[in-house]
Design a protein around this ligand. Structure first.
Ligand code: BGC
Length: 741
């Protein structure tokens, strides 16, 4: 793209500490012909383009979120149908967006800058017809007032005729960070009807029946000056009243998710354009007579087709699948985020633990690929990575470089490569991975005195430095005490495990890319780090701990020999049964818990964990009526008191196990292998996966003393039945049955 346009700022003064009304930018221009017409636009902030009064469709919340100082996407629109031969008017609205609006758990503002600005260029039939420049006019006096990603938006329909036009400020932001958007746009998807209900305390609420990310659209008839106030929340409190307390706590006091709308006379039709919220319920205050039908909930997310479905004989498990899918939809807006309310942040840890599941649910390759490039852009010159990307904060966060979080840079490309058989992401991130792992190793060159008892040659491979989240949110743990302990002693069990695993993956990727010296170095580092881990945490091949994560991690991250994995999985299963078939894993190992049990002879225990309806367990929140996955196992207290976000996909990672173990669908480097682990407790199960190779399905059902299987594969595949029989099959449908005793 050859930019001749200039960056223009609708504001004439910089007042970083003040919230500002949305900017309007306008230009009248004439054209002789209307096609082919291509409009290229980007902004600091969020923009919407209106040509001759009609909004140009294609992207929501554009230009989206990215590490703006390094990477800023521009969007290209075909605008032929919006133009008239002759005179045309273009108006572009600009809001704060992720650029200078609230971001993250401390709701920092101005993370990328204080200046909103627009860059736009119209080309018709190859000729540049219009550019953003000093000839545009600007105003802050239109309908759209204050706007913020987390606080919400103010709109005064009485001011739709914009007044007080003034000149623009031409800025010199350059073009180096610009690229044409090469990942799916954020679009509007499912719609939900509202039910108007009255809460216990008399508040009027709209209930959309589903927690999701998006906004409310409404159409009402009103008199000028009448108001509609909407506040968006995920859940009701224990008394049945509206609440935002689960995400708006003392650390996040202004995550208000509010819309203030002032009506004009007659028909009013509106939805916000400069923010989105996570919600199921909306508290509504208005003196306009309403029935609820005036309001529609609109889910928005990156335009990724759904590729996976799952059903089985247990309705709560089916609901768990649904809830996970909705937590994914609510958190994939340009990048995978942690939650759509309190933070809206691209947390690396959340991203990596969910990827196996995400790839079964929706076609998310390009969203992950984009996120990796954002994460890569956060890398400091010494190799340290931010734990969140994008992140414009200048100062490193204390948990930047956290193990299991920043390891997303090697885990995500590896898993994309394995599933999609596409090595693009490993090529793009190879240098970043190398720098990161070497930083990670170097950071541990010194060893704390308390670990000096380790063999001297292994001490440099023992990762006891840095701050980490560790097994974050492990049930029964006091978070403050846990983090203080990490501050004092490091978290070497987690960090050494991930360092070894990360180097192991890097060795495979280096080998694939023909970088043999690197592969050898990484392989050696993986081995030494593994030895350091084993010297500190494994005694004669056995783990001793009351914490289930201590078994899951070394099995899942390949720190044990196969026979040791089997022996430790048996101990883990015993501990789980002694714990009443309840899990006690936190953020990092829950995603692998059932997999390690299933792979090493303890499938029965995995099923019992799945079907646990008490806390902590996956079905607990389902039975409490959740429609998405809560961040905490006790997100809905026994008495109904909500806490934490109600829309974190992290624990929904169990759904990956339903696909790749319960139904046994595995796709690795272009090879299909189906190896199901059926269990009578579910009676029947069926997974369907529109994989990059074509549709794969796997179904089984118990029928008397038989289990019947039906598989469908798009190409040659291997099938392994639970009785050990194995078949090489060709594309098509295949049926089997086995007798059970
Ligand atoms: C986020 C998480 C994230 C974590 C880091 C939280 O506030 O919501 O999902 O991974 O911080 O521990």
């Amino acid at each position: 793209m050859n930019w001749t346009a200039k960056w223009i700022n609708p504001e004439l003064t910089v007042t970083p500490d003040e919230r500002k009304r949305a900017g309007y930018l306008r230009r009248v221009f004439t054209v002789d012909t209307t096609r082919p017409a291509k409009l290229c636009v980007t902004a600091h902030g969020i923009y919407d383009v209106y040509i001759n009064g009609v909004r140009v469709d294609g992207y929501l919340l554009a230009p989206g979120i990215s590490q703006y100082n390094k990477r800023l996407a521009y969007q290209v629109y075909d605008v032929c149908d919006y133009l008239n031969a002759g005179e045309n008017e273009i108006i572009i609205t600009l809001g704060d967006g992720w650029y200078r609006g609230s971001m993250g758990n401390d709701m920092t503002v101005n993370t990328f800058g204080t200046d909103i600005a627009l860059l736009c260029q119209l080309e018709i039939d190859g000729k540049t017809i219009l550019i953003s420049d000093e000839n545009w006019e600007a105003s802050q006096n239109g309908a759209l007032g204050l706007n913020d990603m987390m606080k919400g938006e103010e709109y005064d329909a009485g001011k739709e005729t914009v007044t007080d036009w003034h000149s623009v400020t031409v800025e010199n932001f350059g073009f180096e960070n610009l690229f044409e958007q090469d990942y799916p746009p954020i679009k509007a998807h499912e719609t939900f009807k509202a039910e108007l209900i009255t809460a216990a305390n008399g508040d009027s609420l709209l209930d959309f029946g589903q927690n999701f990310a998006g906004y409310v659209e409404f159409e009402v008839n009103a008199k000028a000056g009448q108001q509609i106030l909407l506040q968006h929340g995920e859940t009701l409190d224990a008394d049945g009243n509206f609440t935002v307390s689960n995400f708006q706590n003392p650390r996040h006091p202004h995550c208000e998710q509010k819309i203030v709308y002032i009506c004009k006379d007659g028909a009013n039709r509106y939805h916000p354009t400069k923010c989105y919220f996570g919600f199921r319920y909306v508290k509504i205050e208005t003196d306009i007579e309403i029935t609820g039908t005036e309001f529609t909930g609109i889910a928005i997310y990156s335009d990724m087709p759904q590729v996976g479905s799952f059903t089985c004989g247990n309705e709560s498990v089916n609901k768990l699948f649904h809830n996970t899918l909705w937590s994914m939809k609510s958190n994939f807006l340009d990048i995978p985020t942690d939650c759509p309310t309190r933070e809206k942040h691209g947390f690396s840890g959340d991203c990596q633990i969910f990827i196996d599941t995400a790839m079964f649910l929706m076609d998310c390759f390009s969203v992950y690929r984009k996120w990796l490039l954002e994460e890569q852009s956060t890398q400091y010159s010494n190799g340290l990575l931010k734990q969140v990307a994008p992140d414009g904060r200048k100062e490193p966060h204390f948990c930047d470089g956290a193990a299991g979080w920043c390891d997303a840079v090697e885990i995500v490309p590896y898993k994309l490569w394995r599933r999609y058989n596409d090595d693009g992401a490993i090529r793009e991130n190879y240098d970043c991975i190398t720098k990161w792992l070497n930083f990670y190793l170097d950071r541990n060159k010194t060893t704390r005195d308390e670990y000096k008892w380790l063999p001297e040659n292994l001490q440099p491979y023992f990762a006891d430095q840095g701050l980490h989240w560790g097994e974050w949110l492990e049930p029964g743990t006091d978070v403050m005490a846990y983090m203080t302990n990490i501050g004092m002693h490091g978290e070497p069990e987690v960090a050494t495990a991930y360092l070894s695993y990360g180097y192991g993956l890097a060795a495979e990727m280096a080998k694939h890319l023909g970088k043999t010296d690197d592969a050898e170095f990484f392989g050696n580092a993986a081995e030494k780090t593994k030895l350091a881990y084993r010297a500190a945490f494994v005694t004669d091949g056995i783990i001793e701990s009351e914490r289930q994560c201590r078994y899951v991690r070394p099995i899942a991250l390949n720190l044990l020999a196969e026979d040791e994995k089997r022996a430790n999985a048996a101990i883990l299963a015993r501990k789980i049964s002694e714990n009443g078939y309840k899990l006690n894993t936190g953020f990092l190992s829950t995603s692998e818990l059932c997999r390690v049990l299933t792979d090493y002879g303890q499938a029965e225990t995995a099923y019992r964990l799945l079907l646990q309806t008490d806390m902590p367990g996956w079905l607990y929140s389902v039975e409490k009526g959740a429609t998405t996955i809560p961040e905490q196992w006790d997100g809905i207290g026994m008495d109904g008191t909500p806490s934490g976000s109600h829309n974190h996909y992290a624990y929904g990672a169990i759904v990956g196990w339903l696909f790749d173990r319960v139904c046994g669908i595995r796709l690795e480097w272009g090879r299909v292998h189906i190896k199901p682990y059926p269990h009578r407790l579910l009676r029947h199960a069926k997974a369907n996966y529109k994989s990059p190779l074509g549709e794969i399905s796997s179904a089984w059902k118990y029928d008397g003393n038989k289990v019947k299987f039906e598989f469908s594969v798009p190409q040659n595949a291997k099938i392994t039945l639970p009785n050990g029989e194995s078949y090489d099959v060709t594309a098509g449908r295949h049926k089997y049955q086995i007798n059970i005793t």
